[in-house]
Design a protein around this ligand. Structure first.
Ligand SMILES: Cc1cc2nc3c(=O)[nH]c(=O)nc-3n(C[C@H](O)[C@H](O)[C@H](O)COP(=O)(O)OP(=O)(O)OC[C@H]3O[C@@H](n4cnc5c(N)ncnc54)[C@H](O)[C@@H]3O)c2cc1C
Length: 581
């Protein structure tokens, strides 16, 4: 399923995207004309917009809502390394090579090795670019492993670096922006300053404007977009902002309420959206996010994740992916998602044995929560039961506090501890939890042998990360999907793009003229697996790349009646611009 792809609009139901319209770019009545149009103002879109504006372009930045997207509801972690200024300031040694060797295990074939190498080599400069555009990091280093550090920390181990120490020297690379909300751990801490910077740099925001189709010339080159725009002033504009904001909060706190609010948003768009057409001289950058809130697409491509909580905002309908496919692009890895099942804090839980109802361990419990969650949803029916002995259980109760856990995490862990089941023997515990008792006893016997150092652990867990489970009574904490505690999911698939330029590619591998994609709309560094911060980092990397090349294409001399990127190659060709060949 991971490699599932789509090349036809009909294979992407529920996006609301229409087939492209062929126009004459010279006689069309354009609402406005830009060098570069960016669709979507999350991490990827705002990076593309700033990059193009920095190159002197007139940039129109379209967003269906008020900008920020899912990035504004995220934990604002940016994965960066190779010696960033924050790493240096906090005394952390890192190198692009160590970052690359570790990330290879996460990224695998999602992008070419040379692209990943560039992502790592560019990482310190991209981090400086982010801070130059206003994002702040003033906290400390959180030295041990956690799923999300408490307030006052700006740098932590946000992936599997420690567990992969044999491959590369571990370094903390999760850069956490100042200003994240204390209670929820979500907010616009990262994207907010970038949006302000874009505004200062002259990027023209076209908000409450939903792109519904691409406009192409008679050669199939993308020359602009058509969108439905809600007048910002007036009752419809106000209600659209209100319902969409409420829907995004509801999606995180009480998802059933979000559906009705989204329907109201769509109703307003149908009723009050007026058609606008914007011309893009250099290119359109699709940065519309992923598709986790498109039920039709997730049912089709991600059925195993059905019971997980959809983490996203109203714009996550896959419209960017569909826009690309509508003009000949290819959508890949639509069956790839990341599910998050964090079990740390409390720091003692990863020392337990995590089993499914077969009584089988299936993952090294010391790994990152998305590595655990994705395995759990992909291959183990969403089952995740922690087995602890009495020593470990009591330690986890004693060690869980608000100094090492954020409030929401603390609350969830407290709840899970309260619902734990207990028994004097493993066999009785298995029966209480409907786990295969014979298999469970064997699993724990093997686990204990590895914990004593008598044999290596079959799942590669290090002895120091294990605890021998021998002291009765035994305890089971059920963290399976749908069991109170939350397992959430986001999508990772997107449009196939040229890894040098971000141009959207056809099935033949040729670029579609005038069209770029970035962030979760595109295949990128985060399209195989997620570790905290990788999606936003990919948004900056791929967004800047797309903004740069769209700007380059706008700068190319225009031949009579030719789109910019078919003209003389020059600098663009030297830089590898796909349209300059
Ligand atoms: C709760 C939560 C926490 C997370 N924490 C982190 C984290 O700490 N670090 C990390 O790396 N990742 C995190 N993620 C994942 C990450 O936030 C997203 O994968 C990433 O922000 C996507 O960025 P993007 O720019 O591709 O899309 P978005 O940020 O979603 O931006 C897309 C924009 O496109 C707009 N749009 C959509 N369709 C249209 C259309 N047709 N016309 C016009 N505009 C349109 C949307 O309104 C939106 O503003 C988290 C996700 C969630 C939900």
């Amino acid at each position: 399923m991971n490699q599932s792809l789509a090349t036809q609009l009909s294979e992407l139901p529920g996006t609301g995207v229409e087939s492209p319209l062929v126009v004459n770019e010279h006689s069309t009545q354009w609402t406005d004309k830009f060098d570069v149009i960016v669709v979507g103002l999350g991490a990827a879109g705002v990076s593309a917009a700033i990059e193009a504006a920095d190159r002197g372009m007139r940039v129109g930045a379209i967003d269906r809502f008020t900008g920020g997207g899912t990035t504004a509801r995220s934990g604002s972690v940016l994965y960066a390394g190779g010696g960033t200024s924050l790493q240096k300031k906090l005394g952390v040694e890192d190198s692009a090579d160590a970052m690359f060797r570790y990330l290879q295990t996460e990224v695998q074939a999602a992008v070419k090795p040379e692209t990943l190498q560039k992502f790592c080599t560019d990482s310190p400069a991209n981090f400086d670019w982010v801070t130059a555009n206003g994002v702040r990091y003033s906290g400390k280093l959180f030295p041990s492993k956690t799923s999300y550090p408490v307030h006052g920390n700006s740098l932590y181990f946000s992936g599997n670096e420690i567990a992969c120490a044999d491959l590369a020297k571990p370094a903390p690379r999760g850069h956490l922006a100042d200003g994240i909300k204390r209670f929820t751990a979500f907010g616009p801490a990262f994207v907010g300053p970038l949006l302000k910077s874009a505004h200062k740099k002259g990027v023209i925001p076209l908000l409450q404007t939903q792109v519904t189709r691409l406009l192409v010339n008679d050669r199939g080159d993308v020359v602009g977009v058509e969108a439905k725009q809600i007048p910002a002033s007036g009752r419809a504009g106000f209600l659209h902002r209100l319902y969409s904001t409420l829907a995004n909060y509801a999606q995180i706190y009480y998802a059933p309420a979000a559906k009705g609010l989204r329907q109201k948003v769509e109703q307003l768009e149908r009723q009050f959206g007026r058609t606008v057409r914007y011309r893009a001289k250099g290119g359109v950058v699709l940065a519309n996010g992923g598709f986790i809130l498109n039920k039709d697409m997730t049912e089709k491509y991600l059925p195993k994740y059905r019971r997980a909580m959809r983490l996203g905002t109203t714009g996550d309908t896959g419209s960017g992916i569909a826009l690309g496919v509508s003009v000949g692009g290819v959508a890949e890895r639509l069956g790839t998602a990341t599910a998050w099942r964090f079990i740390n804090p409390p720091a003692d839980w990863p020392k337990s044995a995590l089993v499914d109802t077969q009584g089988q361990r299936y993952v090294n419990e010391s790994l990152y929560g998305a590595t655990i969650g994705t395995k759990m949803m992909e291959d183990h029916n969403g089952e995740c039961i922690l087995i602890l002995d009495d020593v470990l259980f009591k330690k986890s109760v004693a060690n869980l506090n608000l100094d090492n856990a954020r409030f929401v995490t603390w609350l969830q862990a407290k709840g899970a501890l309260r619902l734990a089941k207990h028994a004097d023997t493993l066999e009785a515990l298995a029966q209480r939890c409907k786990i295969d008792p014979v298999r469970l006893q064997q699993t724990i016997a093997d686990y204990n042998a590895a914990a004593r150092g008598e044999k290596p652990d079959a799942l590669g867990k290090k002895t120091e990360d294990m605890h021998e489970l021998k002291q009765a009574p035994f305890h089971a904490i059920n963290l399976s999907v749908g069991k109170g505690d939350i397992t959430s999911v986001i999508t990772l698939g997107g449009l196939r793009v040229c890894e040098k330029t971000g141009a959207v590619l056809k099935e033949t591998g040729a670029p579609i003229r005038g069209l770029f994609a970035a962030g979760r709309t595109a295949i990128g560094v985060a399209s195989n697996a997620y570790i905290s911060g990788l999606s936003i980092a990919d948004g900056v990397f791929s967004g800047r790349r797309a903004g740069q090349y769209a700007a380059l294409c706008a700068e190319l001399p225009q031949e009579h009646n030719q789109p910019a990127h078919t003209a003389t190659p020059g600098a663009a060709q030297a830089a590898g611009c796909p349209f300059a060949h």
